[in-house]
Design a protein around this ligand. Structure first.
Ligand code: 1HE
Length: 268
C-alpha cells in the first residue's frame, strides 16, 4: 500500500512535496539550532520507516535557520540525567533513524549550512549526498563536552574521512569547512549559492532513475560494504540479476539501442 505523503505530520519536521517526486524534509527547531531531542529522533524513525512505501522518489533533508543541526540536545540530556541504560536505548533509536535513512533505498540529499556538528554530522552522514554552502562547517565537539559519539560517527564519519581524521576531530575539536571539507570527503559538493538549490537539482536528477535502481544504490551499496569481498561480489551479482532485468529498464535500453538515448559525454 502506498502511503499518501500529504497525510503525514511529525513534530519538529516539515514536509513539502515538490515536482519530480522530490520531498523536502526540513528540520524545524531552529530556536534550538535544530538540536536533536528524543522527540525529533522518533519523528525521523517514523518518517524514514514510511518513506520507502510512499510516492517520494528522492528526499532533500534541509534545515530552518542558519544552522543545519547542533547535534544531541544537550539541555534535554542534562536535565534528564539519564542512566547508562537509558542513554544506550536512546542511541539505539538514533541508529534506527539513521539506518532507515542509509538503508531505506530512497536517495537522500542533505542540504547543509552553518553548524553540522556532533549528532548533526552523524545525521548528515546517513544521507547519500551532502551539499555544503560557504557557511557550512563540520565538527565533533563531543570530546570537549565530556561525551562520546553515539549516533554512528565512529562508523559513518570514519567511512567518509578515515579513522585518523575522525579521531583528530574528536580529540581536538578540529573544524573542517570550505574546500578542505570536500578534500577530506565530508561533502561531495561545495556551492557558492544556496545548498538547497543544488540539493533540489541533484534530487530531481536522482528521482528520474528507476526506483528499483535507486533502491539498489541507496541500500545495497551499504549492505554490500558490510560483507566480506567474496560475499559482496556474490550478492552484487544477485542484485544485478534482479535490477538489470527489470521490465521497466527495457524502454531505456531500447532507446539506447535505437540511438535515441542521451550519450555520456562531458559538458562543453
Ligand atoms: C542547543 C544546542 C544543543 C544550541 N542542545 N540546545 N553539540 C554541540 O556541542 C554544539 C552546541 N551548540 C553550539 O555550539 C551553538 O549553539 C551553535 C554554534 C550551533 C549555534 O550558536 P548560536 O550562537 O547561533 O546559538 P546559541 O546561542 O548557542 O543557542 C541558541 C539556542 O539553541 C539556545 O537555547 P536558548 O533557549 O538559550 O535560546 C541553546 O541552548 C540552544 N542550543 N545547541 C540543546 N546541542 C548521540 S550522541 C551525539 C553527541 C553530540 O551530538 S555532542 C555535540 C553537541
Amino acid at each position: 500500500m502506498t502511503v499518501d505523503l500529504s497525510t503525514l505530520a511529525f513534530p519538529n519536521l516539515t514536509l513539502e512535496e515538490v515536482d519530480g517526486g522530490v520531498l523536502i524534509v526540513t528540520l524545524d527547531r531552529s530556536a534550538k539550532r535544530n538540536a536533536l531531542d528524543a522527540e525529533t529522533i522518533e519523528a525521523l524513525v517514523a518518517l524514514f520507516s514510511i518513506l520507502p512505501r510512499s510516492t517520494a522518489r528522492a528526499v532533500v533533508l534541509a534545515a530552518e535557520g542558519d544552522h543545519f543541526c547542533a547535534g544531541l540536545d544537550l539541555v534535554e540530556h542534562h536535565e534528564a540525567d539519564r542512566s547508562p541504560a537509558d542513554f544506550m536505548h536512546l542511541c539505539l533509536r538514533w541508529h534506527e533513524a539513521f539506518n532507515k535513512m542509509e538503508y531505506g533505498g530512497i536517495p537522500i540529499i542533505a542540504s547543509l549550512k552553518g553548524a553540522v556538528v556532533g549528532g548533526g554530522l552523524e545525521l548528515a552522514s546517513a544521507a547519500h549526498i551532502r551539499v555544503a554552502d560557504a557557511s557550512t562547517y563540520f565538527a565533533l565537539p563531543e570530546g570537549q563536552r565530556g561525551l562520546f559519539t553515539g549516533g554512528g560517527a565512529t562508523i559513518r564519519v570514519a567511512n567518509l574521512v578515515g579513522k585518523a581524521r575522525m579521531i583528530d576531530m574528536m580529540l581536538t575539536g578540529r573544524i573542517y569547512q570550505g574546500p578542505e571539507a570536500v578534500e577530506v570527503g565530508l561533502v561531495q559538493y561545495l556551492v557558492e549559492g544556496s545548498s538547497l538549490d543544488t540539493s533540489l537539482e541533484l534530487a530531481r536528477k536522482a528521482a528520474q532513475n528507476l526506483p528499483l535502481t535507486n533502491f539498489a544504490i541507496c541500500s545495497a551499496v551499504s549492505h554490500l560494504g558490510n560483507m566480506s569481498a567474496l560475499d559482496a561480489a556474490y550478492a552484487e551479482a544477485v542484485i544485478a540479476g534482479v535490477v538489470n532485468t527489470q521490465p521497466a529498464a527495457r524502454e531505456r535500453l531500447n532507446a539506447f539501442a535505437k540511438g535515441t538515448a542521451a550519450r555520456v559525454r562531458p559538458n562543453g
